[in-house]
Design a binder for this molecule. Structure first.
Ligand SMILES: *[C@@H]1O[C@H](CO)[C@@H](O)[C@H](O)[C@H]1NC(C)=O
Ligand SMILES: *[C@@H]1O[C@H](CO)[C@@H](O)[C@H](O)[C@H]1NC(C)=O
Length: 281
């Protein structure tokens, strides 16, 4: 037996041990309530690159690797929805070469998603892209639309990717949609009904139904890395009763323990969150 295969077996053994440990930890966590939906603000890729003397692009690539691990952990834990803030409308104001680079990387990763051996394909993930998608570079938009089409029948796990997104824009979008709905030509009966309801022409349920995020229940946990404690126009509407967690680590450094810690804290806050959620109207 050569050294290579011993080394290979050893790393496989350690890998399995890691998987076993993880399973054990997750089964302990599962005694309590498991969050249905976790949202992430992936903050710190650029700082990570600076810290390790890498090119800025390599920071984003390291961030993508961290994202894949985190998605797998969430899946194994039984979280059904994950939302990530990949690119905000404001990010289009960054240096043109950086925007160009990120668009290129996004394109590459979306294409990668559709390959046989990818996380999306092998775990049966449904992918949604949300935001003002017409702002994306055309090649990225086409790839994103294809990814949504191809994964439309997957049900096991739902990944919502906010690109060209801000909460304020989502709200404006929703209001526009509500108006469009209400202005549709009506028959006599509907007109009478509407006159009765004129006080509240647009209701809370209308607004919520027309949000991009209507595809998922509100998040239970929002994680923002790099110790930043701002929401930066992300899911403002949906986080009214959400547990917020902001570890000091930069995004590419985020680990299993951060996830475990956030779930433990969510579980501790759960009775309170449940009570306040009930009061929502
Ligand atoms: C999804 O399911 C529908 C109805 O069963 C089918 O017509 C469609 O081709 C499927 N789409 C994909 C991408 O598999
Ligand atoms: C925001 O939302 C509105 C309404 O849907 C849309 O018309 C507008 O183009 C969006 N984008 C920006 C960058 O404001």
């Amino acid at each position: 037996m050569g050294d290579d295969s011993i080394g290979g077996r050893l790393s496989e053994f350690i890998g399995n041990l890691g998987g076993f440990l993880r399973k054990f930890i997750f089964s302990v966590l599962s005694v309590g309530p498991i969050p249905n939906h976790i949202a992430f603000i992936l903050d710190g890729n650029r700082r990570y690159a600076k810290k390790h003397n890498l090119k800025e692009g390599d920071g984003h690539r390291a961030g993508f690797v961290a994202l894949l691990s985190m998605l797998k952990y969430c899946y194994e834990l039984g979280v059904k929805y994950v939302t990530i803030y990949a690119f905000s409308i404001d990010n289009f104001n960054r240096r043109p070469d950086e925007v160009q680079y990120i668009m290129g990387l996004m394109h590459e990763k979306i294409e990668g998603m559709l390959k046989e051996e990818s996380f999306v394909r092998s775990y049966g993930v449904r992918v949604h892209f949300l935001g003002d998608l017409k702002l994306l570079h055309q090649s990225v938009r086409i790839a994103a639309e294809k990814a949504m089409r191809v994964t439309a029948n997957n049900t096991k796990f739902v990944l919502l990717i906010c690109v060209a997104y801000t909460s304020t824009n989502e709200t404006v979008h929703s209001v526009h949609q509500c108006f469009k709905e209400k202005r549709r030509p009506m028959d006599k009966f509907q007109e009478e009904e509407q006159q009765q309801q004129q006080q509240g022409l647009i209701k809370l349920v209308d607004l919520e139904r027309n949000m991009y995020m209507a595809l998922a229940p509100d998040p239970d946990i929002l994680v923002r890395t790099s110790g930043e404690t701002r929401l930066s126009n992300f899911l403002l509407w949906q986080t009214a009763f959400c547990y917020l967690y902001s570890p000091a680590k930069l995004w590419p450094e985020i680990s299993l323990w951060n996830l475990v810690w956030s779930v433990l804290n969510f579980q501790r806050a759960y009775p309170y969150l449940l009570k306040t959620k009930m009061k929502r109207y």
